[in-house]
Write a protein that binds this ligand. Sequence first.
Ligand code: HEC
Length: 249
Amino acid sequence: MTRLTFLIVVLGMLVASGAKAASGSYPLKEANVDLGDEASLYRGAQTFMDSCSTCHSASMMRFGRIGKDLGLSDEQLAELMPTETTKPGDTIESHMPAGYAKNTFGIVPPDLTLVARVQGADWLYTYLTTFYADPDAPWGVNNAAFPGVGMPHVLAAEQGLLQPVYETHGEGENTRQELVDLKAPERPGTMSQEAFERKMHDLTAFMVYMAEPAALLRMHYGPYVLVFLFIFSVLMYLVKKEYWRDIKH
Ligand code: HEC
């Protein structure tokens, strides 16, 4: 009986969450991050340094740690660092003065070290791939995951500007437009949508790693721990047999 109640509750929750996605919020895309793919993480780190660190800091992330965790050569690490005087112990800092940022964007771009953990990988990936044209917005763009976003579409040249498809709901004064889909840009960007999405996938993966570098260590050590546990169990089994051998039971 309890099991049945549990099942009903779970089903109820599933139905409720499905209903919510249908009535309003744009569905999130799956990020499918693979923290074992170091080449992907490195490409993501390059994109982060090239396209994001002008405005955003990641002040809990040190260059040296990235180099060590991703197994980078000195040259690869040097390529990530913004200047020749950057040291491995330095963290990722934006050099945009806060006052200037506030004047330009109305808000200081937040530190991004932990954003993947706060918002989730799927949200982040959806955010990065769903900027779309909205002539009424301050930067001429809006975002499916973050309606009313104050960040310009900094990669518009590469992705082009996706076109929104709206559905109208309600009547008279209650009419509201709901974003239901995004169409290919009228003027294509320099990258195909697939290539752009791969690039954002790599960037998301890097940001997931950055939000919890220890996850990478767990991935590295996980298999060794399993092997150890297996050998340990076998040993303990043999010990048990030895102890019980002389006991009649
Ligand atoms: C031109 C400056 C600028 C650049 C470059 C930029 N951003 Fe932003 N970003 C902003 C601003 C401003 C906000 C705040 C938007 C708001 O709160 O409305 C923001 C917000 C965000 C947020 C939302 C954080 C949150 O939880 O509120 C994420 C995630 C983000 N940016 C990621 C990125 C990534 C990844 C890149 C590199 C591809 C990037 N940004 C490049 C200015 C920038």
